[in-house]
Write a protein that binds this ligand. Sequence first.
Ligand SMILES: Cc1cc2nc3c(=O)[nH]c(=O)nc-3n(C[C@H](O)[C@H](O)[C@H](O)COP(=O)(O)OP(=O)(O)OC[C@H]3O[C@@H](n4cnc5c(N)ncnc54)[C@H](O)[C@@H]3O)c2cc1C
Length: 362
Amino acid sequence: MIYDVIIIGAGASGLLCASKIKGQVLVLDSNQTAGAKVLVSGGGKCNFSNKNISVDNYYSISGMEKIKGILSNWELKDVFALLKKYKIDYFDKGDGKLFAKDSKLILSALLSECKFNNVKFNFGVNILDIKKSENLWIVEVEKQKLHAKNIVIATGGKSYSRLGASDFGLKIAKKFGLKLVQNQPALVGLKYPNELRFLSNLSGVSLPVKIKIKDKIFDDNLLFAHYGITGPAVLNTSLYVDVGDVVVIDFIPQNSFRTIPYRVQKTFMDYFSCSDKKKLISKLKNFHFDYVSTFGYEKAEVMRGGVSLAFVNDNLESIKDKGLFFIGEVLDATGQLGGYNLHFAFASANLCAKALNHSIYR
Ligand SMILES: Cc1cc2nc3c(=O)[nH]c(=O)nc-3n(C[C@H](O)[C@H](O)[C@H](O)COP(=O)(O)OP(=O)(O)OC[C@H]3O[C@@H](n4cnc5c(N)ncnc54)[C@H](O)[C@@H]3O)c2cc1C
C-alpha cells in the first residue's frame, strides 16, 4: 500500500496536520500513546495559544519573516472553532495566555478530528531509516517497509526525552542535506555562576523582577532554586541568552526596598557587605551576572534552533527534495512562554496540510 502521507510524530503538530489532510494518512510514533507533551503542557491545563500572537514573540536565526507567513495559517478564530466544536472551556489568565480546563480535552479533540478523518496510527514504532526511491518515500521500521508519496517530520524538539523526545527529525534533515541551526535548551532555568552560588540559600523564594537580555526586557516573576534561577522572567530570558552574554536583573522594579522579602534583603546585604539602603538599591536595580549554562534539556520546555527555515520553502517542504516536510518544534522557530509554541506547532501543521491537499488533488 502506498500512503499519500506518512507523518512521523503524533504530537501537537503531527495530530493537527493528520486531521486536516484529505488523503490516506499514516502517523507513526515511538511512544505508546499520542501527545505526551500536550498532556503535560501548561501544568496539565495546556496553554494552547495566546491572544497576542505576533512574530515578536518568537526567536529564529534563519527566518523571522517566514514565521510571519506560517503564523497567518492558524488564527484565534481557528482555535476557538475547535474549542467550540468539542465544548472545551478555556480561560485567559488575564495576560492573554489561553488555557484549557484540562490538557486531556485538547488532546482528545485532536484525536477525534483524526478519527473523523480516518487517520491510521502505529504506536511504539522504532523507525530505522527514511529513504527516497524515485518519487516514493520508504520508511524502514522493524521487519517492514512503509511507502508514501510524502513524508512529514513532526518529531518535535529534544527537551524532555522521558516523554519520547528525540533528535530524529534533526538527523533526517541532515541526511537529506538541510542546514541545522545549532540547538540549545530554552524556556529553562539558568544555573548560578560560581560567584552566585550563595543565592541557593534563597531556594523557594519568588519575587517580581525585570530582566534585561540583549534588547529584550522581561517583567515577571523570578524563583530562586537550588542550582540557579527560574520562574517566567528567567524562562523567557533563556530563549535569547548566548554564551558570553551578561544578564541584568532589576530586583526592585517597584523601586521600594521594602517590597522585597527580608530574606532577600539580608542575603544581598551580606553579599555586598553593605547596609546602606541607597547603595543596595542601586546595586539591586542593576544586578549583573555572566551567563554560564541552563538547567539542560531534561528541564527545558523547548529546543531553540533546529531545521533552518531557509532550507524549507513557504509550504515547509524541503528545498532539496519534493515531498519532505518539516513542522512544529523541529524547525528553527521558538516561541516565548505563553502558548506560542503550541500555536506555532498548529500553524505550521495547518499550512503543511493545505500544501499537501493541493499536491494530492492536483
Ligand atoms: C513540560 C512542558 C510544558 C509545556 N507547556 C507548554 C504550554 O503550555 N504551551 C505551549 O505553547 N507549549 C508548551 N510546551 C512546548 C510544546 O509542548 C511543544 O512546543 C509542542 O508540543 C511541539 O509540538 P510538536 O508537534 O513539534 O512536537 P511534540 O508535541 O513534542 O510531538 C513530537 C512527537 O514525535 C514523537 N517522536 C519523537 N521522536 C520520534 C522518533 N524517533 N520516532 C517516532 N516518533 C518520535 C514523540 O513521541 C512525540 O509524540 C511545553 C513543553 C513541555 C516539555
